[in-house]
Design a protein around this ligand. Structure first.
Ligand code: ASP
Length: 338
């Protein structure tokens, strides 16, 4: 009888141990207060949905350097390219919700992509926890240096007269460059040829080399090119001129007020990530955005740095919701024309 009881107990004990091990293996760190309290205990991967050297990548590397000092662990940047940034976001969505995979999303991946892809395999609001807004960055209308138009007005004339022969560069359906130039094309009423790249870094190389005619890109890639005189900048899509590009007119000044385009970058983690982990990441991000070196690096790229009230997860959740609504209204009609 004694032997029978102890055998049963032993089996029960083995069963409980196995269940506990499986729970831990499926969601390491999740549900474990000790793991959350000591977060992070190993390196963090920050997924960048576009090619190295582009605006998203540059912004990610600047804040990751500072955040890794605060968090006491390396942050490894992983460029996961393809499908206008959506491949990377799907990968992030499927990662364990433990704070060790973070994605640098933006106005395209977590806003316009919803309108651009009717079968998008993620929902920016349902599948992600917002960490915080990183930057706001104006979008500019750019052309190759030798294109036969020197002002936005002349360029729009050119688009109207022979838009079908122009070649527009973009970073894939879901990207900022695609969504914002789609808006421009629909304002003008033209359908150019389009060439997709894995980010605006390779698209910019093609523009500088004259292999494509125009694109819409975030200020970060543009500032050094404008300074070097390798591309033309017709207008910036914000209400006022950018501090580091004082000679570039706004779209309002240049006569096309309907082109309003500003992009933001923000950090997200998969849904289900524990609150204390989100709080640690948010506070490391806030510390980065208050750091003088980080601020001057971001400002030099034409970024605007969000003020503390705009940096909360709640404020980012509201931004994502309003941006999905805004770009859905702007893009669905433009997309159906193309
Ligand atoms: N900003 C992206 C990049 O970093 C491209 C895009 O969204 O247009 O390359």
């Amino acid at each position: 009888m004694r032997r029978y009881m102890s055998g049963r107990r032993a089996r029960l004990w083995r069963g409980l141990c196995l269940a506990a091990t499986l729970t831990f293996a499926v969601h390491p760190g999740v549900g474990s207060a000790a793991a959350e309290a000591s977060y992070p205990v190993k390196s963090i991967t920050m997924i960048v949905p576009f090619a190295a050297g582009g605006p998203t990548d540059v912004v990610a590397r600047i804040v990751a350097d500072s955040m890794s000092v605060t968090l006491g662990q390396p942050i490894i940047i992983e460029n996961v390219v393809g499908s206008g940034g959506t491949t990377a976001v799907i990968r992030a969505k499927r990662s364990p919700p433990d704070g060790y995979t973070v994605v640098m999303g933006h106005m395209g991946t977590h806003g316009a992509a919803v309108a651009l892809n009717p079968h998008l395999a993620y929902d920016p609001m349902r599948d992600f926890e917002p960490i915080g807004l990183v930057t706001n960055m104006p979008v500019l209308i750019l052309a190759r240096k030798r294109l036969d138009a020197n002002t936005l007005g002349e360029f729009i004339e050119l688009m109207r007269s022979r838009g079908e022969s122009l070649n527009m560069a973009h970073a894939g359906v879901g990207s900022v460059s695609y969504a914002t130039c789609l808006l421009l094309n629909s304002i003008v009423g033209t359908r150019p040829r389009m060439t997709a790249f894995q980010g605006t870094a390779p698209a910019m190389t093609a523009l500088v080399e004259g292999r494509v005619d125009y694109m819409c890109d975030q200020a970060a890639s543009v500032v050094p090119q404008i300074a070097a005189g390798t591309v033309k900048a017709y207008a910036v899509g914000t209400a006022s001129r950018n501090l580091v590009l004082p000679d570039v007119p706004t779209s309002i000044e240049a006569g096309t007020a309907a082109f309003q385009a500003s992009a933001w970058n923000a950090l997200f983690v998969p849904k289900g990530t524990p609150k204390p982990v989100i709080a640690s990441l948010n506070s490391a991000l806030g510390k980065a955005l208050d750091d003088d070196t980080v601020r001057s690096q971001l400002l030099r790229l034409g970024s605007e740095i969000p003020a503390p009230p705009e940096r909360t997860p709640q404020s980012l959740a509201e931004l994502v919701k309003s941006e999905i609504a805004k770009w859905t209204a702007a893009i669905r009609p433009a997309n159906s024309e193309n």
